[in-house]
Ligand binder design. Structure first.
Ligand SMILES: NC(=O)c1ccc[n+]([C@@H]2O[C@H](COP(=O)([O-])OP(=O)(O)OC[C@H]3O[C@@H](n4cnc5c(N)ncnc54)[C@H](OP(=O)(O)O)[C@@H]3O)[C@@H](O)[C@H]2O)c1
Length: 245
């Protein structure tokens, strides 16, 4: 593959815990298909990110919003956006929807396979478990530096369990030590308790998922499969399922 064919990647939040993983992996494992063109942190010019094929964001919603506002002012072709920051408010989410009218946007609170399998399972089984009288309880644990609570993943779990009233699902947050990200959902009846759980062991898990889905999305656009819209991470995982069948 010539240099010209390499997918140009930009990172927002490049020096952060997640951004460093994305940067290292692009330079080591993904350097045969992609190259880093912009590594942006607080104080750096955001405009440089727009001269790429895909932007991977692991910063803060406020930082991503500033970038989206800048992108919405542009008239030329925008990069694909992969948004990994968590803690978005309604206004920010509306901005993401506006962005998705101009380019492809994939937003996920958790890029790990394990959590996405859990979400899929919960979407399918939660209505039945509710009918059978089970009470779901979510517990999430993270390191003390994490700013948002409940975690974006816990909110995704709430939505998978109860799409109409997600906030009604009991959710407990723990902020302690250096926990990368543990999530569990327990289902309680009068006669038993069972649990689904995921324990992140290494942040490369999320970085790899973000990079792989980002490259997949750029290829989708290159193949003219689609050029705008909000894309779900489930679509990416479905494409993998289709590959192995
Ligand atoms: N979706 C997932 O799978 C997943 C997984 C893990 C984490 N996350 C989320 O990803 C985000 C980042 O997590 P992290 O642990 O990497 O946090 P972090 O270590 O605090 O890194 C955040 C980075 O963003 C930068 N930043 C802050 N404000 C900025 C601005 N206005 N403009 C440009 N850059 C700015 C920070 O720079 P300074 O240090 O200079 O402020 C820092 O480099 C969080 O929202 C977290 O919840 C998502």
């Amino acid at each position: 593959m010539s240099n010209q064919d390499l997918i140009r990647v930009g990172i927002l939040g490049a020096k952060g815990r997640m951004g460093q993983w994305v940067s290292n992996l692009i330079k080591s494992e993904f350097n045969n298909v992609s190259q880093l063109r912009a590594e942006i942190d607080q104080g750096d010019p955001l405009l440089r990110l727009l001269d790429t094929d895909v932007i991977i964001d692991f910063s803060l919603p406020q930082a991503a919003e500033a970038l989206i506002n800048l992108a919405l002012e542009q008239s030329n072709l925008l990069p694909v956006f992969v948004l990994g920051s968590t803690g978005w408010n309604q206004k920010g989410l509306m901005l993401v929807e506006q962005l998705a009218k101009k380019t492809l946007v994939l937003q996920s609170s958790n890029f790990s396979v394990g959590i996405n399998v859990m979400l899929e399972f919960l979407r399918k089984t939660a209505p039945l478990l509710k009918k059978l009288g089970y009470t779901p309880v979510i517990k999430e644990e993270h390191h003390i530096q994490k700013r948002d609570a409940p975690s974006g993943t816990a909110i995704s779990l709430q939505r998978a369990i109860n799409p109409e009233h997600p906030e009604s699902v009991q959710t407990h947050s723990v902020r302690a030590g250096q926990v990368i990200g543990d999530h569990s959902v327990r289902f309680y009846s009068n006669a038993d308790v069972f649990e689904l759980a995921h324990y992140a062991q290494d942040r490369s898990l999320f970085a790899r998922g973000a990079i792989e889905s980002a490259l997949w999305l750029v290829r989708q656009r290159q193949a003219k499969q689609r050029s705008v819209g909000l894309v779900k991470l489930e679509d990416y995982f479905q494409s993998l399922v289709a590959e192995v069948q």
